[in-house]
Write a protein that binds this ligand. Structure first.
Ligand code: ADE
Length: 253
């Protein structure tokens, strides 16, 4: 699987991918390449942005260097060059990280992790990207959440981390993510709390049930905790699980 990241600041993303479980991604056959749109810009100053038509603050990224960069990436990937993915169905999607995108959710991450196509990831900077590039080249727009970052790099790093850790060889226990928050195996709810040694830490004991060795009781306690935590912090997840029929009759009451 191959990811190509278009960014003015590859140094913000690359080190993150060299630590922790992400480090094992290359051993798992995942390649990440970085491309700087400045390398595709014209003139001595290699300009990649300009003032917005209609006025207003900030700068807008130019369409042409981004289009040349995207075309060079398609060539390097051995894919057909040019805009409009609909005309080239076999190509990997070009994903633009922007607060105006659809919120990133587990189901999207899981889909990317399973598709062997990878993706081209565009990190915006400044006030935005010329909409004509977005209209012609971008297949999918993804947001990290309802807040504005100074650029898409943190969002791209978060996306890559989430996708890479779902690769079978990346986590030590290949199925350990099945019990993570948002996973279908736990009805898309929040994960339960976790405890480790010592059994008593600064007067706080570990919940007795976790020391009982009774696996059915432990599973029931964990489920209850997931339900309570989701009700408190993410009632939307509980509602979605209910609508999907992922809760038992006793849990719905
Ligand atoms: N770029 C700026 N803000 C962003 C956000 N919330 N998500 C993804 N990319 C962004």
């Amino acid at each position: 699987m191959r990811f190509d990241v278009i960014t003015l600041f590859p140094e913000l993303i690359a080190p993150y991918l060299q630590h922790g479980v992400n480090r094992r991604a290359s051993a798992a056959g995942v390649e990440v390449h970085f491309w700087n749109p400045r390398d595709f810009a014209d003139g001595a100053y290699r300009r990649i942005d300009d003032r917005p038509f209609g006025g207003g603050p900030g700068m807008v990224m130019l369409a042409e260097p981004l289009a040349r960069c995207a075309d060079a990436i398609r060539l390097a990937r051995g894919e057909e060059v040019g805009p409009f993915r609909s005309a080239h169905a076999a190509r990997a999607p070009l994903v633009f990280f922007t607060p105006a995108g659809a919120p990133l959710r587990h189901a999207m991450v899981a889909e990317f992790a399973q598709s062997q196509q990878g993706a081209i990831l565009l990190c915006g900077r400044y006030e935005g990207v010329d909409q004509r590039f977005v209209d012609a080249y971008v297949d999918q727009q993804i947001s990290l959440g309802d807040f504005v970052l100074s650029g898409g790099e943190v969002a791209a790093a978060a996306f890559l981390d989430a996708v890479l850790r779902l690769q079978p060889e990346v986590l030590h226990a290949a199925d350990s993510h099945a019990q993570d928050s948002f996973n279908p195996a736990i009805s898309g709810l929040l994960d339960c709390p976790h405890y480790t040694r010592p059994e008593v830490w600064r007067t706080q004991p570990v919940p007795e049930v976790l020391l009982s060795g009774d696996h059915a009781r432990i599973a029931a306690w964990r489920r209850q905790q997931s339900l309570q935590l989701s009700a408190r912090h993410r009632p939307d997840l509980l509602k979605r699980a209910h609508e999907a029929g992922a809760l038992s009759a006793a849990e719905v009451k």
